[in-house]
Write a protein that binds this ligand. Sequence first.
Ligand code: GAE
Ligand code: MG
Ligand code: MG
Length: 396
Amino acid sequence: MKIKRVQLFPIATPRQTGIANQHVIVKLEAGDSHVGWGEMSDLSHVPMYQFDLPELERMLNELLRGKEARNLAKIEDDLIRFFPDEGHMYSRSGLVRQGVDLALHDLIARAAGAPVYDLLGGKLRDRMRVCYPIFRMRSVEEVAPNLERVEEKLAQGFDLIRVYVGANLEADELFLGQFTDRFRGRVEIKSLDFSNLLDWRRAAMALERFDELCDYMLVESGAPRNDIEGLAQLRSRTRRPISEHVLHIHHGWQLLSAGAVDILNVSPYLLGGLRACERMIALAEAARASVLIGTTQELNLGTAAVAHLAAAARILDYPGDNTGPHLYTDDVVKAPVQYEQSHLLTPEGPGLGLEVDETKLQTMTANAAWTFGVDLAGVLDRTAANRPSAERGPVK
Ligand code: GAE
Ligand code: MG
Ligand code: MG
């Protein structure tokens, strides 16, 4: 089954929380009539530059055309050479590899009439618990609307959230205290995510205060980016498990061998697809560490891929973060992935288990507008420019 053509379709889709994100949908054609779909998820992050999409499409066609689609190992090997690890959370290289890897898995599994988890060796579970994000608060005025959002999401079945903290401790404390009073026994907190904003000692001090206010499962990114030693310090001083996003396989080894984490946050958008994630999960198994599946907030195709990964993962100890289809207000699929009581269900159809609505895709591509402004706090926190704290001036 030889690859014939790769096509890239940019789209933009707003979130319920007020920002819009750009993504690239990947279509692969192979053999006589086989098709596979993937995505490069959420390009609306720093650094604020974008692909030259026609150029990327031309390059991928040159690289992939005529290759045997079933030889995932060879194609991945080529892609890693042309799109090497970049070592940051929003690696463009990782996104290119994710897009192709997902489309290839969809293509091969569809051609076999089997779900993608079969390609990954089968399934150990048919659902994964996931949490809804509460984005970072930079002023106390943002507390009340966020508590309302928890209430709204609970009504839709989400009894698990994660909270981004570390920009305004007064707002964080207010939110966490009021959350406990209002939702104790009804909603749980999966993680407090510092997003590498604070040094480990400041994070440790904040956690001492948060510990008095609420219960939570784990702490994420509690030291500056790449400060593995700082993270290890934090881990030795806190009671809760420490998680960090893994940037590439050597980074995974560095985090584990330095004793800096309990949990690897593994994600196809960052690592470059499902195969890279499976290797990382094996690394965690070797180190007797835990795994959770993180997110950049994928669309439905990317979320379905995560559901298949979760189904086949040998190690998966904590809930995942994958609620993109609940966050975005529009998508290119005919029917979305299913959630049930805070769980993402593994799709059962062939391939990723979703159908792309090509007419809709074309309309969304025609309407895709680039939305980056100069609201850096908004880009970092994923919050809308009309949030109350935006009036306080620029954020560094
Ligand atoms: O740090 C995280 O765990 C988040 O998922 C983070 O990456 C978010 O900014 C996410 C988003 O777009 O909301 O990428
Ligand atoms: Mg995180
Ligand atoms: Mg993102």
